[in-house]
Design a binder for this molecule. Sequence first.
Ligand code: GDP
Ligand code: MG
Length: 730
Amino acid sequence: MNKNAVYIALAGNPNAGKSTIFNALTGSRQHVGNWPGKTVEKKEGIFKYKGGEVKITDLPGTYSLSAYSPEEQIARDFIVKEKPDLVINVVDAANLERNLYLTAQILETGTPLILVMNMSDVAESRGYKIDEGKLSEFLGDVPVVRTVASKGIGLNQLKEKVVAFVEKGATPSSHSVEYDQDIEKEIDTLSAAIAEIPELTNIYQPRWLAVRLIEGEQDLVNEVKQTPGTKHLLDASSQSHEKLHRIYGDDLDVAIADGRYGFVHGVVTSALKRSIEQRLTTSDKIDKVTTNKWLGIPIFLALMYLVFNLVQNVSAPYLDWVDGLFSGPITNWTVFLLNAAGSPKWFTSLLTDGIIAGVGGVLVFVPGLLVMYFSLAFLEDSGYLARAAFVMDKSMSALGLHGKSFIPMILSFGCNVPGIYATRTIENRSARTLTGLLIPFMSCSARLPVYILFGMAFFPSHAGTVIWGMYVIGVLVAIVVGLILSRTVFKNTERGAFVMELPPYRMPTFKGLIIHMWEHTSGFVRKAGTVIVAVTVVIWFLLSMPWGVENPHNSYFGQVSDAIAPVFAPAGFGKWEASGSLIAGFIAKEVVVSTMAQVYVGEGAAGGPSEPTTFLQDVRDIVVGFGDATVSATKELLEVFTPGITIFPAKENEDRQTALSRALQNAFTPLAAFAFLIFVLLYVPCVATVAAQAQEFGWQWAAFSVGLNMTVAWVLAILVYQGGRLLGLG
Ligand code: GDP
Ligand code: MG
């Protein structure tokens, strides 16, 4: 490094002790003037040491780098435009959390910094214990010096660190604030646009400027406006604003500040211990419970149990309603119209037994998905999910992973595909890959239809427990596989330090929840409309070929499935119908159910010709059915939230058995059914997940993952079945 050109800036909150430190470093070699065009005082000085000298500028004291006041703007412009080689950030250790907000913003500029924890005498007298090592680590290996500037304590260490920097240089911290996924998406878009405009990249770091544009910082927006060739950037920026406005309303700036507070709160929660009780904010009080060493995990498990119960109980009445809608009126009307139009019999069969039955079989789960995604969005937007990740950090470390890997895994309960993409927030490459390999064991909502179908057919009084058990088994298998992989394939993974962000708790906005819920569910519906229709049609054809085949077993589909079936014999379900459904399930797990409907029940899935009804009658039934479903769902909802109290006496065990579940009861023993569920839980989730893995980690890892899932699923299904038989269970 060219020692003569080194330039250092001192930054910090007002009264953190900056001037005291500035004086200690520069002595009498000072020059006091004004910032150009401002009445704010500008102090510059020279720090001399054996071997050289460095120019230091004392920036105005600020709490933030947003350009709301002249002081903030001066400090911000200096750091971003003059690009000092180093920022010495003086923080008041007695008010660590508030002071680190500025630190988070300096880190975002990408400037290397030294953190000076001044006022450490005051902090100590208040009973604060700050773990400097952790503080440094969580800020991305930033050097930390503890000082009492007014007494000259620690100033020599500071000087040594400054000299070490001047002589050796430093890399900027790799850590930076991360915002909500919605905001991050827009940051990515805008950064990419900024990166193409040299006039801007000469001055600004793309990500930094992107965040500021999203915040809508007026002076920067104007500057971009005056830069030629930035029209597409400004357009993109207003589009981003529109999108984010839809989600956050007027609270976008709050959401961005939350990102920074979350970062800071995570650092402070990890590095600061208060031995004397402090006045706690509500957020702190809730955190004391939710991040408690003993309570944290049970609370998390209880919440997840509640979520799955909601999904199960609240969506069941609607499930029946959608099911009735497809197998009743929609099928009947289609048959009626087709007959009237003189359609050939095979076409009617393709449309009703193939497409309507297939798509209907999948859409019945939409109510469940809506409840599931609504609940997950609530947990995420309220700030709770970040706490869950924080609590899980210790447990995850046994797998060589961070708590950060936990959020993609939780999201994977909804769908594995977004889970795979969510691993992008994990910086360490092999930790990311390992997380991506464990995600398929997280039971996604597409597997739920299979559990519900089998649960109700074979374990009617314990269906909820069986479903819950599947999720738990998936997690346990992931843990065991993770333990093995982290000690073999990923032996050399370094866990590295990182910050678990803890944004303040907030009441999520209803609008935000609805948008998140709809985004995810509509993805599923689109899948039902495209992939699943295509697969159902293909399977319908394979089931009907060679033309005129009477028994589906003799069809092409039946023959291929038959050839593979023996592989599953040791697991108790070595029949062609089962293996055929599993093959189709490669495409997507929902397809297992629709295929079963085709092969087990086939024509007349709706239960034979139903009584002729009039159109008006049908419409009335649909409306009344929906009303009934809403009433039952509301009752269930009330009962989920008031456990132990039966508000509404249970109705007589209704007969929820369908034609398909009766067919299954003839084809599987309960033990074989359970082994089948284990296989469905653990084998490759769907082609979309494999494609996402290939995109994120490369084809080799995707192939490895497929092999891993198949092996684990097959071995465990056999173990369950054979073990169960030894125990005399079936
Ligand atoms: P600035 O606003 O950041 O420039 O802060 P100053 O350097 O002017 O310091 C503010 C006040 O805090 C002064 O009265 C200092 O003497 C006092 N001060 C500075 N450092 C320390 C410290 O480490 N401990 C204590 N107790 N007081 C300090
Ligand atoms: Mg001062």
